[in-house]
Ligand binder design. Structure first.
Ligand code: HEC
Length: 140
């Protein structure tokens, strides 16, 4: 049990490092060494809201999003070059499409639409920002 909780701790720390672990060789310092960029704050809100949505789905309810997902394209990022990339835009648009599908989902499809939405979080993160994937996996 003890080693399990260590694993959990490590996962948590890695998650908190955000994308930093992904780009250790960057000469330029990130805008904010704590990772508290506008985008990081928005992402945290997205995660917290996701945990709440998951809980409500288990109770047969459909929660609305507590944030504007389009802000992923305008919020200032720790690594602005990354957020300005074409890959980021493509992954971001898949995410927005999944959000729309979730919003429009009929009650019997809410759970599936939610999972697809989490997949789009994962897809972007696996490619561009692997740090938080362990945390995001909790949304399933
Ligand atoms: C288009 C790509 C993309 C999508 C989609 C995306 N993320 Fe992120 N996420 C990022 C990037 C880039 C960062 C780093 C933000 C920064 O540090 O400025 C990040 C950071 C995070 C963080 C770490 C925040 C912190 O504390 O520093 C979490 C948690 C997170 N995302 C969760 C999610 C969840 C949950 C979703 C889906 C609801 C999601 N992300 C969708 C790219 C994405």
């Amino acid at each position: 049990m003890k080693s399990l909780s260590y694993l959990f701790l490590i996962a948590l720390v890695v998650g908190m490092l955000s994308c930093m672990s992904d780009a250790p060789k960057q000469a330029k310092k990130p805008l904010n060494p704590n990772g508290d960029s506008e985008l990081a704050l928005l992402m945290r809100e997205m995660f917290d809201n996701g945990m709440e949505i998951k809980k409500r789905i288990a109770q047969g309810e459909k929660l609305t999003l507590s944030f504007d997902p389009n802000h992923i394209f305008t919020a200032q990022a720790t690594e602005p070059d990354k957020a300005a990339s074409e890959a980021y835009r493509n992954f971001g648009e898949s995410y927005i499409a999944a959000v729309e599908a979730y919003k429009n989902a009929e009650p019997e499809n809410v759970s599936e639409a939610y999972e697809i939405m989490v997949n789009t979080c994962m897809n972007c993160h696996r490619s561009l920002c692997p740090g938080p994937t362990v945390r995001i996996a909790k949304l399933y």
